[in-house]
Design a protein around this ligand. Sequence first.
Ligand code: ARG
Ligand code: ZN
Length: 852
Amino acid sequence: MSDAAPETIYLSDYTAFPWTAKSVDLHFTLDPHATRVRSCIRFEPNPASPNGPESEMFLHGEKLKLIHAKIDGAPVTPTLTNEGLTIAVPSGSFTWEAEVEIDPANNTALEGLYMSGGMYCTQCEAEGFRKITYYPDRPDVMSVFSVTIDGPHPVLLSNGNPVVTSDNHAQWHDPWPKPAYLFALVAGDLIAHSGQFTTRSGRDVTLNLYVRPGDEGKCAFGMQALKDSMKWDEDVYGREYDLDLFNIVAVDDFNMGAMENKGLNIFNSSAVLASQETSTDLNFERIEAIIAHEYFHNWTGNRITCRDWFQLCLKEGLTVFRDSQFTADMRSEPVKRIGDVIDLRGRQFAEDQGPLAHPVRPESFQEINNFYTATIYEKGAEVIRMLKTLVGDQAYREALDLYFERHDGDAATIEDWLQVFEDTTGRDLSQFKRWYSQAGTPRVAVNEAWADGTLTLTFTQTLAPSATTADPQPQVIPLAVGLIGKDGREVASTQVLEMTQASQSFAFEGLTEAPVASILRGFSAPVVLDHPLSDAQRAHLLAHDTDPFNRWEAGRNLAQASLLDMIRTGVKPNAAYLAGLKTVVTDATLDPAYRALMMGLPSHSDLATALHDAGDIPDPEAIHTAVETMRTAQATDLAEHLEELYAAHQVSEAYQPDAAQSGARALANAALSLLSRNDGGALAQQQYASADNMTQQLSALGAAIRAGVGAPMLEQFQQQWRDDRLVMDKWFALQVVQAKPEDAAATAKALTEHADFNWKNPNRFRAVFGSLAMHHAGFHHGSGDGYRLLADWLIKLDPVNPQTTARMCSAFQTWKRYDPARQSLILEQVNQILTKPDLSRDTTEMLTRIAE
Ligand code: ARG
Ligand code: ZN
């Protein structure tokens, strides 16, 4: 895009497409380098179009070779550009036909129709369909698709129900009108792992998980997760599946986790294939969640889609919220909530704090692929969680019922979404809507006053102005608050205070003694809470809070405050934290998974964020030193309990990736990690040798590497797993993750020279470079080697795969919080990338926003 400045697209410019597409017939003749796509589309004037009928039609199309085009059977010659074509059209209804040729084998961007490991597959969201044929490639154009596929492959799949299936030829019909981004096609030599589900109204649905030969043994868990998801959506949201068939296909080369194409979900193989030997407990949990997420999209995304891409959170925020409810129901609610908040703070708060900050519903963009962000997904889900907290569970369910009833078949907006809540509850949500339009993380400061048996909490909210939100206004913030008495008992159970003003007080009367307030229980709003508590008060909450999230949070706050002190002044770890931790971790009445979370520390990056928030310049090396000191202090302080914790949580039953066993392993492995600081890695070596599952094998390997005895095991691991792509991704990632800060860049560089470093595969690229970017002290090492290495590889990857390149650019988004030397080292690399000729629109937009 070096020749033309990229165009900015604005929400306020939305207009309907002048035609509707009544039907779409597609015919594919597959060939690696010369696939032919014939299309036949019936267009009718769109009565909703503001401008009435138009005489020229624009269709999107990129990298297509037009063979011929016809209107109503007569050949026509459209005007072609890099973005599409323009053609004069009749005033009423007409039929558009075209034949184009495309080159899937050379499609390394993994968008449109491409090849992966010998199979054909597609990725059309957001704007990939225009790389398959000429089309009004926008989500508000919905149509009924019929697809014919010819090609020398036993498996030929598309959306909907099969009409004809035979070797080398298949026909599909999808009765549900859909936007083009939900189109999918798959062809190849695949094996089906099949199952069956009967919906609650009695419809029999055939379920298939298609994989490449050799992966059959990794399907059972995903199949069960799919059935569980289908059942859950019926039970909790009253949503039934609506086709005879539901197919999932595993693909090795994929830019994202997975995609909800109608009736034909396509998954990154890392997001669906699972086995005891090759997947960790966390992998299983993530796979279950992603299968649920994509399945849930069938209603929140497919039956009701988005009017335009500014509304992306309409489907993504809601579907993330739904999958988090599902995981909470399937596993442990507090454990899921804590994990989600750790993730939100790590990714979304960092985004909100830097130059990439944007509202949950952005108002402009250049490249929509750059907006599949933590803000739209995770903050989008938090906004819905708040809405549910504010209106209550029953009104939430009624509003959702109304949403499905009123908007089934629609391409909807955030206004439509909020309207069903207003209509259900009679509430005015205009102020609440600011959560969708204002960027940034609000801070809520708490002031406490105690007098005559009354505790008065005064909250003050502030939101820093940002590029998209120059004049921030107060938001509606649900603050879940409970009170804990001196004896540790709850003196006031959770109530939700609804904050609407910039500053607001709430009184709790009739108390006999000053309690400790437990505020923002369950993390009731995505804000930063400034609640000045003494160490003793925090320790009291850590010991007694009846809200499991806030009990964990109290420990996290103590740990973080101690780490910040250690970083700033070199003091020793806080004794109150270590003592409180010991009590909780050894409390056998608590869920082991929860205790394992208690042993965690804020990430280096979270500490950098906190330092920056407090007006300090984070020093990555000092952060690293403090965290290591704290870990060693934990290991020393808990020393007498670690072996017992480890032994008591060994699982003797046959492996299951369920919550109970995963929790036991998480706690045992957290103990192992600390133990290996004391025993030179002996126990880790022992566990590695006897492990019968990847969770045990990988934890042991990590602990051994940290203890300096991992080298032979790394070699053995490589021998054992050299033929398993997904496990080898772990092998690549772990070495970077475990590298010493001064070695991280060199380790990553050495791995890029490994014979198995296939950099065009996004999973492998991310295994090395995603890990490097997350290695805070390594990536930000003062030498600048980390920055340089990443920039060199982004320059190399951009022409091949712009989407993955742009996504990785976010590693640079925090540059402003570091010292001047690091700032200029980072900017030098950012500018180095920006000067490359023909840099993609994706990467150009990301880096331009970052450097601003
Ligand atoms: N809709 C998919 C999901 O969240 C993600 C698709 C991402 N596509 C993209 N071009 N970034 O399940
Ligand atoms: Zn999604």
